[in-house]
Design a protein around this ligand. Structure first.
Ligand code: GDP
Ligand code: IMO
Ligand code: MG
Length: 449
């Protein structure tokens, strides 16, 4: 099980791809095309959103579990993009028939809500605008259209009519649909602020023809693969602090990103998860709004935050927005370790810290006159936390591409060892460049304990 321990973009895609040297199946179990996972193989970069990061390794089967909210259109776009560069996707991708569908009105509502917040001068979540939240709302309200409905046009049409009535009411009455004019991607669906039934229906039926051959009972397939002795890998999207329950609520995404949700979101028993690898940046980043206790000024040249932003190329894979940057936060990591049951850490982007003279490591916070060693829950309290830092010496030698722990600069080794002590989780892997091969293995996740 691979999970992001911070606010996403920790480098999960790189590590999932690396682990497919051993794993024969990769499973997405939550989130949707809000995710952006970058893989670099022999210098060639591939960005994935919905398709599991096992797709670049021939023979690996990729599963989209029931916990994922699926935009059929975006999935087909991604498939076609990969096919253009010669990757066989359709024979290796299995989609759960129980996935709720993301339809164009979900994105319309997502975008309109954020615009309404901006107009009202209230804090935006800073969503990716992909309709993720509204699609999960329909799921929880027990009215979602699911992938399996694509098989039956009449059933689909009747459910779609009901759903559109509700959402168009929401768009026109509460969200002033006319403002949607600026959202180019949504224009084809909207007339006078209302999403049009025919356009959505016809498009969905066209998508159905291509999607349905890949649809099946993913839970059954995964259980069969497990009984067959295959190594499966569950790929978390987003990160623990974006989890709907355990994150910096309400500045979170609308699914559970924690390891335990792999079971519900894929349809397998929790006993199947033997090892949880926490992918952890050597510093912290966040895209969108919400509290970030160790955030630095990352826009002023010459500052450590600017260094992280530029050297780390910290721009969102999905929306292209700049990622906010800050120091490593061990008190945050402790919450992640607690809610995920981490077996080990993979520290990524260590190379980005090369050349910084000093590093600060947050070990706790001051809040209301008390000292905390664990991130509190929810944005309101987190916003008031004042970080407590330990200072560590930096290093000037390069760690880029190092694949042997002993060859890392001595101060980089000390930084990693200190992270183990202050988080209470062993470092099992280290990543020293975007490339698949630039990875240090101290304990292999598939090694028998
Ligand atoms: P994910 O969402 O967790 O899969 O992460 P993203 O792919 O969105 O963002 C991580 C970025 O860092 C990508 O551009 C990766 O290519 C890059 N990356 C991953 N590991 C390393 C590393 O060890 N060093 C450097 N310099 N870049 C890395
Ligand atoms: P990966 O898998 C980083 C953030 C958005 C926003 C919040 C809610 O690449 O790590 P949403 O569109 O999900 O309703 O937005 O969550 N967010 C991510 N940030 N990486 C991601 O995915 C993210 N997916 C969503 O920026 O703050
Ligand atoms: Mg990402």
């Amino acid at each position: 099980m691979v999970v992001g321990t911070q606010w996403g973009d920790e480098g999960k895609g790189k590590l999932v791809d690396w682990l497919t040297e051993t794993a024969t199946g990769v499973v997405r179990f939550q989130g949707g095309h809000n995710a952006g996972h970058t893989l670099v193989i022999n210098g060639v970069k591939t960005a994935l959103h919905l398709i599991p990061s096992g797709i670049m390794r021939p023979g690996v089967v990729c599963y989209i579990g029931n916990g994922v909210v699926l935009s059929a259109g975006k999935l087909l776009e991604e498939i076609r993009g990969l096919e253009k560069v010669g990757i066989d996707v359709r024979s290796r991708l299995r989609i759960s028939e129980a996935c709720p569908l993301i339809l164009p009105f979900h994105a319309a509502i997502d975008v309109a809500r954020e615009a309404a917040k901006e107009l009202a001068g209230t804090a935006k979540i800073g969503t990716t605008g992909r309709g993720i939240g509204p699609a999960y709302e329909d799921k929880i309200a027990r009215r979602a259209l699911r992938v399996q409905d694509l098989k039956y046009p009449e059933r689909f049409a009747s459910k779609l009519k009901d759903l559109l009535e509700l959402h168009n009411h929401m768009l026109t009455t509460f969200l002033g649909g006319a403002q949607l004019d600026w959202a180019d991607a949504l224009k084809p669906y909207i007339v006078k602020g209302e999403v049009q039934f025919d356009v959505v229906y016809n498009e969905a039926m066209a998508h159905a023809k291509e999607i349905l051959p890949m649809v099946g009972d993913v839970s059954r397939d995964l259980n069969a693969a497990h009984l067959n002795g295959e190594h499966l890998l569950f790929e978390g999207a987003q990160g623990t602090l974006l989890d709907i329950d355990h994150g910096t609520y309400p500045f979170v995404t609308s699914s559970n990103c924690v390891a335990g949700n792999a079971s519900a979101g894929a349809g397998v028993g929790p006993g199947m998860l033997h090892y949880v690898l926490g992918i952890t940046k050597a510093y912290c980043t966040r895209v969108g709004g919400g509290p970030f206790p160790t955030e630095l000024d990352w826009e002023t040249e010459g500052t450590p935050g600017y260094h992280m932003s530029v050297v780390g190329a910290e721009r969102g894979t999905t929306t292209g927005r700049s990622r906010r940057c800050g120091w490593f936060d061990a008190a945050l990591l402790k919450r992640s370790a607690q809610v995920n049951g981490l077996s080990g850490l993979c520290i990524t982007k260590l190379d980005v810290l090369d050349g910084l003279q000093e590093l600060q490591l947050c070990v706790g916070y001051k809040l209301d006159g008390e000292v905390l060693d664990l991130l509190p829950m929810g944005a309101d309290d987190i916003e008031r936390c004042e970080p407590i830092y330990e200072t560590m010496p930096g290093w000037s030698d390069s760690s880029v591409g190092v694949t042997d722990f002993d060859k890392l600069p001595v101060n980089a080794q000390a930084y990693l060892k200190r992270i183990e002590v202050v988080t209470g989780v062993p470092v099992h892997m280290v990543s020293t460049s975007p490339d698949r091969d630039h990875t240090i293995v101290l304990h292999h996740p598939y090694a028998v304990a």
